[in-house]
Design a protein around this ligand. Structure first.
Ligand SMILES: C[S@@+](CC[C@H](N)C(=O)[O-])C[C@H]1O[C@@H](n2cnc3c(N)ncnc32)[C@H](O)[C@@H]1O
Length: 287
């Protein structure tokens, strides 16, 4: 059978994904091709010709992506910081929106010895594991309410520990429980949280509505319910000088900082933009 130019297969995939309304058709086409070929995306230009079964395999993934199955469910992984985690049905896919929050948290830990970190609403474990990777002497705790998410987090935590990272401590629990991590009250250097924060009824793409668990996306009180609980928990857990960073909806650039500022023990309240320049996370320090 005749070998075919990879470039043409990617062009055709891009056209199909574009017509299906996929937001980044070229990127997705290249990532799916790289996944089939088992290479990094940047190496695709080094592969001029591919066998027909490769074109066929790319075509099959592209047709699923065109039905708006998330890219990360097809490749099986998502990246945050310097690590990747496995994702699939039943767990929220980590987003680039969380990158700068991660960076802020890692920066805060600089110069602290054996810092204690708590990741509230851990999902796949991505934030907790990315911090454990970046700050090997950190003692990282993570919690989620959802058993399916925790199963993914357990799998990812085991994989990262096997790769040499410091193991994290995973718990099942509700951020709204006023006694969660009570043994860490006043001892924590950093609390991070990417909670559910989309106001109910908000319009979202099919990849989110049909594949991210609703409990990971939507929150009551116009999206602020879990943020309020996370702020209360952070205020209790943080040691003096400790910091917290909580992600929020881009419509909450004023509301989320107001929730944080309502806690007298939290100071230096600042809102930050994400990589796309939208209001995305609020930070504060414990007085
Ligand atoms: C937006 S996802 C974030 C996952 C992960 N931190 C990330 O950035 O990819 C929110 C997570 O919060 C969890 N969650 C929702 N309500 C919760 C609660 N009250 N207590 C603990 N976890 C909760 C969901 O199960 C979901 O895994």
């Amino acid at each position: 059978m005749k070998r075919q130019p990879l470039r043409l297969a990617i062009l055709e995939a891009t056209r199909i994904l574009d017509e299906a309304g996929v937001a980044s058709p070229r990127t997705d086409a290249e990532l799916l091709a790289a996944h089939v070929l088992g290479v990094e995306r940047g190496r695709l230009p080094l592969i001029p010709l591919v066998d027909p079964p490769v074109v066929e395999a790319i075509g099959q993934l592209v047709s699923q992506r065109a039905k708006r199955v998330p890219l990360q469910h097809l490749t099986g992984w998502a990246a945050l910081g310097d690590i990747t985690v496995n994702v699939g049905p039943g767990v929220f896919i980590p987003r680039p929106e969380t990158e700068l929050l991660l960076e802020w948290g890692v920066q805060l830990l600089k110069g602290r010895e054996y810092p204690v970190v708590v990741d509230l609403c851990t999902g796949s474990g991505a934030l907790a594991l990315a911090i454990a990777h970046a700050v090997p002497d950190a003692v990282v705790y993570a919690v989620d309410i959802d058993a399916n998410a925790l199963a993914w987090a357990r799998h990812n935590a085991d994989a990262r520990a096997a790769a040499g990272d410091t193991p994290i401590r995973l718990y099942s629990g509700d951020v709204g429980d006023g006694t969660i991590f009570a043994e860490l009250d006043g001892l924590v250097d950093l609390v991070v949280c990417n909670p559910p924060y989309v106001p109910p009824g908000g319009e979202l793409p099919p990849e989110v509505i049909d594949y991210d668990p609703a409990q990971a996306v939507f929150a009551a009180e116009a999206g602020l319910a879990v943020i309020r609980q996370a702020v209360a928990t952070a205020a209790r857990l943080l040691k003096p000088g400790g910091g917290m960073a909580i992600e929020h909806d881009d419509s909450h650039g004023a509301a989320a900082p107001a929730v944080v500022a309502s806690r007298k023990v939290l100071t230096d309240v600042r809102d930050h933009k994400d990589l796309a320049g939208r209001p995305r996370f609020v930070t504060a320090r414990r007085t």
